[in-house]
Design a binder for this molecule. Sequence first.
Ligand code: NAP
Length: 277
Amino acid sequence: MQKTITRLYPLPGEQCPLEGLYLQHQLHTRGQADRPFVYSNFITSLDGRIAIRTSDHATHTVPSSIGNPRDWRLYQELAGQADLLITSGRFYRQSIMGEAQDILPVDNKPAFADISEWRHKQGLRSQPDIAIISGSLDIPLPALEGYLDRRILVITGAEADREKVKDLQHHGIEVIHAGNGKQVDGRLMIPELATRGYRSIYAIAGPAVFYTLLKARVVDRLYLTIAQQLLGGDVIDTLTSGPLLAPAQGMQLVQLYHDAHAPANAGQLLGCFEPAG
Ligand SMILES: NC(=O)c1ccc[n+]([C@@H]2O[C@H](COP(=O)([O-])OP(=O)(O)OC[C@H]3O[C@@H](n4cnc5c(N)ncnc54)[C@H](OP(=O)(O)O)[C@@H]3O)[C@@H](O)[C@H]2O)c1
């Protein structure tokens, strides 16, 4: 694997090692006791697609033309700094169908052993805990079996189905109510997570969860990889889904890198953004 990428911002530009690039951000030290640091990450095509429909999958998946091992390495580095991952009910439904992108990090493949070691040195547990946002509570329990070594929290609305809540609790899963109706409100959810001691929260779900966090104005940082591929397609997903944000969320550029080595024959831009103002 080519070892370097080019920093375009802040100036002056320079060549930097890819490995360790995001670990330097020390995201696990940025949260406060009453306000965890909340970050998210997406890979998108140049025309804004994060997932597409393909004939061999029942659910939408990240296009193989944009996903690549260099971006995946950085995704693992972001996961390496989290004490909690936010996922969605849909991830586990996809997972049971064999259609989820991967198991939840931190990956224990040899290529990522340094990230596990780094976590250990930083005093973080070997794996981040897992929060599942769901209104329907249609969460297939067998899909959670691989994660029972960690604390699993399910976050739902006040009017979630009581029988499903009891069933989850019966399986040792804590259910947190943070929102009216069946929907989760990010403004209520983050304080609930803070009181449970979480300081660095990595949202790895998709557009609905990201929208929930944006609407609550609790996103502290967005890592966005823009693979230089144009995909087209009629049914598309982009990084947020929900009514127009009013006002729009301005984001300022913190860092920008160019990676000429993936996807093959294209390249990618790696941006890091924070809310403006
Ligand atoms: N390219 C990328 O970087 C990237 C990153 C992430 C995901 N993706 C793709 O995006 C697609 C969607 O991913 P996803 O399903 O994990 O993400 P999502 O659209 O964020 O999550 C959808 C599910 O999350 C729950 N949910 C979201 N907001 C909620 C709220 N405020 N209150 C209650 N429940 C809420 C709902 O679960 P219930 O239905 O259980 O109520 C909903 O069905 C997938 O195809 C994935 O491959 C791409």
